[in-house]
Design a protein around this ligand. Structure first.
Ligand code: HEM
Length: 247
């Protein structure tokens, strides 16, 4: 199969998987966990998984921006702005999602940041915020020296993938934790080990999230799917001066 056809096949699969993740997490929260509100109850908490999963799917698409062949004719500056804006959307979803979890915990007098899930998740959000800020300073600020931009590019790429892995780890542990909390509660009639429909749905959500992130990682890591740089021999992508057409 032609390499570009293969790319579009995996890209379509990733779009489908991302959409299914958002549908599954919304159905879980709405149909099994009582729906949504912003009142300090479990319904406020329900925004947490929905915002975090939607944020993860948006993040996957934000890091793919430079890989999409139909964007290669656009200027690099436009792509950078799209990438930064989509990631700002991810950050906003993460802040709302965290506020939902903290608000619920504070209202119910549950301690904050005690679980492994919350540690990994919180670290992922801190890394993400720093990555956004440093990316903005390095790649969008005209006064940043070219040597610094070049040196930082690989670091940005590496941490972008680390953050993807961390958010998947946080999401999977969060899903598992929530299932254990609600299905193994003392008054529960259908414990987790009996695999009731809710457990099926949320387990499948976890598998879908994993498959989604694997398709993203594959597209990101495959060298031949990287954006071609017309000036590669003369000047590397990262070192071109800001606001030139190829940026
Ligand atoms: C990128 C994804 C995620 C991140 C960064 C994240 C982060 C966090 C953080 C920082 C907390 C601590 C809140 C507090 O201490 O008050 C938390 C709590 C919680 N999250 Fe997530 N979360 C993510 C996804 C999910 C998902 C998909 C679920 C599935 C239901 C989930 C379930 C929970 C649960 C049950 C708690 C409360 C118990 C605890 O603190 O561990 N999380 N999350």
């Amino acid at each position: 199969m032609k390499s570009s056809n293969m790319f579009y096949l995996i890209y379509t699969l990733s779009l489908l998987l991302g959409l299914l993740c958002i549908i599954f997490v919304t159905v879980w929260s709405k149909c099994y966990r009582g729906g949504f509100a912003w009142d300090g109850t479990g319904m406020m908490f329900n925004w947490h998984p929905v915002c975090m999963v939607t944020g993860l799917v948006l993040y996957g698409n934000a890091i793919l921006v430079y890989r999409l062949p139909f964007t290669w004719s656009s200027s690099k500056l436009i792509l950078k702005l799209v990438h930064a804006t989509l990631n700002l959307g991810v950050l906003s979803l993460a802040v709302i999602g965290l506020q939902a979890a903290f608000g619920f915990h504070n209202n119910m007098h549950i301690p904050n940041l005690y679980s492994l899930h919350s540690w990994v998740g919180f670290a992922a959000v801190i890394f993400f915020s720093l990555q956004w800020l440093l990316g903005f300073l390095a790649f969008l600020l005209p006064c940043t020296p070219l040597w610094l931009r070049t040196a930082y590019k690989d670091v940005h790429f590496f941490f972008g993938l680390c953050i993807l892995a961390m958010t998947v780890a946080a999401s999977l542990s969060g899903i598992n934790e929530k299932l254990i909390f609600v299905l193994n509660a003392p008054n529960s009639t259908a414990p987790y080990k009996k695999l009731p429909p809710e457990a099926y749905l949320a387990n499948i959500l976890g598998v879908l999230l994993l498959c989604f992130s694997l398709t993203i990682a594959w597209m990101i890591l495959k060298r031949e799917w990287q954006r071609p740089n017309p000036h590669a021999s003369a000047l590397s992508d990262a070192t071109e001066p800001l606001l030139t057409e190829n940026q």
